[in-house]
Ligand binder design. Structure first.
Ligand SMILES: C[S@@+](CC[C@H](N)C(=O)[O-])C[C@H]1O[C@@H](n2cnc3c(N)ncnc32)[C@H](O)[C@@H]1O
Length: 277
């Protein structure tokens, strides 16, 4: 009874239009906790790694599908590149509502679906982009999403991903398990990051050839990273929200402890892979 009351007490009080507004803060997925504080770039290698990745995936005049656009920071970059079409697919209906107006000027859409089963036609996309979403799928789920990207891409089309990595490649299984377990507890998401070699092998076994890869530190909560990604005003807003929302602050501190403890073993990795003919 008491725990139910507490749960009620820590639920976000006003519907802020963000996903999981109806969920108690204690049970909210980590990325939506950060979004509630004002964070907009929700991927491990930051916007710098996104930009490096997109530089290897030409978007101008291309039909682009984005898996899991979240709050749309990459959507904005994709739109600036001048694609001929944009389709976003996110399993959260609120994300679809946020992204829709951003892509309307080119007749783009965003709808709610599992990226593993989009219902999009075979072989029509030039580029599929997906960030910080494969990490949170099971091994089977990862394969299903990658297979779906392959199905909707034209032969020779590009799949660009940006995910959480484990390093080094020969990290003992016991440590991999400890990282995954502690991450899952802190971010309330079954996060299963992979080593560089494992990501690469996964893409290759699902019919892709890796044509580029890049790495950046996993600095989601780092001050310098946040200044780069969110700007000075954004960081000030996040700090103000941290000071005034103890429930959200508690979640962030728990996440920070895990990121600090396992920081040497985590990074942000990105790959651009070409769909084999
Ligand atoms: C950590 S956020 C990343 C958002 C954005 N890509 C970014 O990097 O800032 C994860 C996003 O993945 C979406 N997502 C997770 N699993 C998904 C799935 N199977 N199909 C579609 N979207 C999914 C969530 O709804 C959320 O928007």
């Amino acid at each position: 009874m008491l725990s139910r009351m507490n749960e009620h007490a820590t639920t976000v009080k006003h519907d802020d239009g963000l996903p999981q507004a109806d969920r108690a803060v204690e049970h909210m997925q980590g990325h939506w906790v950060l979004a509630r504080l004002g964070k907009r770039v929700l991927r491990p290698g930051g916007e710098r790694l996104t930009r490096r990745m997109l530089a290897h995936a030409p978007l101008a005049g291309r039909k682009v599908v984005e898996f899991a656009p979240g709050l749309g920071r990459t959507t904005r970059l994709i739109m600036q590149a001048g694609p001929s079409g944009y389709t976003g697919v996110d399993r959260d209906g609120r994300v679809a509502a946020i992204i829709g107006p951003m892509v309307a000027p080119i007749g783009g859409t965003c709808f709610q679906a599992d990226a593993a089963a989009t219902g999009l036609p075979d072989g029509e996309a030039d580029v599929v982009v997906g960030e910080a979403m494969l990490t949170m799928q099971s091994e089977r789920g990862k394969r299903a999403v990658i297979a779906e990207a392959r199905r909707i891409l034209k032969p020779g089309g590009l799949y660009a991903i940006h995910e959480m990595g484990l390093t080094p490649d020969d990290l003992p299984d016991s440590l991999k398990d400890a990282v995954r377990r502690n991450l899952a507890t802190a971010i309330r998401v079954n996060a299963r990051p992979l080593t560089d070699g494992e990501w690469r092998a996964l893409l290759e076994s699902e019919g892709f050839d890796v044509v580029w890869s890049g790495v950046e530190p996993m600095a989601l909560l780092g001050v310098r990273r946040n200044l780069a990604d969110e700007g000075v005003a954004g960081v000030l807003r996040i700090v103000r929200n941290l000071l005034t929302h103890p429930d959200l602050r508690g979640r962030v501190l728990a996440m920070r402890r895990v990121f600090a403890k396992y920081g040497d073993m985590l990074d942000g990795v990105a790959f651009v892979a070409r769909c084999r003919d």
